[in-house]
Ligand binder design. Sequence first.
Ligand code: ARE
Ligand code: CA
Length: 452
Amino acid sequence: LGAPEVPGRGSTALNLFQWTWSSVAAECTSTIGPAGFAYVQVSPPQEHIQGTAWWTSYQPVSYRLESKLGTRAEFKNMVDTCRAAGVGIIADAVINHMTGADAGSGTGTGGSTFGVDNFPGIYDASSFNDCRSNISNYGDRYQVQNCRLVSLQDLRTGSNAVRDRIAAYLNDLLSLGVAGFRMDASKHIPAADLEAIKSRLSNPNVFWVHEVIGSAGEPIQPSEYLGSGDSHEFQYARNLKSYMDGSIAGIRGITNGLLPSDRAGVFVDNHDTERDGHGTMNYQWGQKYILGNVFMLAYPYGWPTVYSGYKFTDRDAGVPGSTATRVPDASCSNTAVWTCMHRKPEIQGMVKFRNAVSGTSVTSWWDDGNNHIAFGRGDKGYVVINNGANAVTRTYQTSLPAGEYTDLVSATGTRYTVDSSGRFTATVPQYGALALAVVASTPGGGEPGDPG
Ligand code: ARE
Ligand code: CA
């Protein structure tokens, strides 16, 4: 599913939004590797405009790896440190555009100068598409792919020179050992251009997941991009929110009409959706948000990414304490700032669950017609989700072998005995969950991003 499975570790990813390279490296060793994640997606690593807003990351100035999140040496150290912990790095590749024309000219985070149509040594006026207005109508394919997304200068990805330059950037990241790419704003690049760029890579089979926001009524949809990678399936996150907000009894319908499971990247939210509008849940939903993650990790659809960012009150504001050229290191002891969702026992337990039940399908589904559901994953696992405001007690029928199991969700490691008919009795708290699995003792080795 999605990114290649790492033997014994599955393929679950963690999106560490706006974490510096040094803080990602430390977290890989202390937490992410031991927790059983296979990949970390990091924010864009290329040089970008200066400024304290988080979105400066999405305005490339050059392809030097000198950003607010760290230097080239720090990036390389992160890739190596994470690999040693069994975790592959997925880089966020911003290749549709350079800086906003509305930002004028200036100096980037690595000291390179830039201006409109002017990126010395990299791009000039001939490198940009002829349309110089902003996209106003997502119903118009030409506009969406050739005009400016929120003023961002749109690269002429149909030209060989631009394709070569972008491929050189991605090849540089591959040479440092990254395991894959999240392709930013793919909807704004013709699918054929992306295929042409990918064919130029030192590893043309490297994992790509496209950001193509599927929206009803638009001419460009995620399915168009599957020739060069998987795609994030935004409708999954929107559907998940609707179920969690109402009743989850019918949540198996979440995948109706979506991309095939083995081509879909799924998440509860990402850095855009957590801020923009009401399409998905976000950390402010508290326990329900965690339960949404529990469902995503328990249910066999798509390639899941757990999202972990920082607490915000303002849509644009970067990490508190940011300067124009540097973001402070993330720290999970600083709970006023960082959500550290990936450190929640429920989420770490469910990553272990997903790794343990890999390859099984849903068995013994049960629901109460409202907000209490339970299902098995063959003879490997069983999960209960209580999305209701009261505790529930029940005797559950599993397909698990008889024995003693530790609940992977509870922080205290409550134990349950499954009897010879596969039954156990439990009480699950309000907005709580329980997960039993036949867990292998230690995650296996294997380096993500290794070919084959
Ligand atoms: C900032 C300022 C702008 C300014 C611009 C240039 O906010 O006012 O004009 O800079 O100076 C992020 C931020 C933007 C930011 C940009 C550049 O979100 O606010 O602009 O960085 O710094 C569409 C795209 C989709 C895109 C979303 C946000 O299709 O690709 O918009 N998502 C990615 C990233 C973003 C990032 C960019 C792309 C740009 O994840 O974080 O922007 O690199 C419907 C459509 C969708 C559309 C959506 C929102 O749902 O179907 O396609 O998504 O509406 O418009
Ligand atoms: Ca474009």
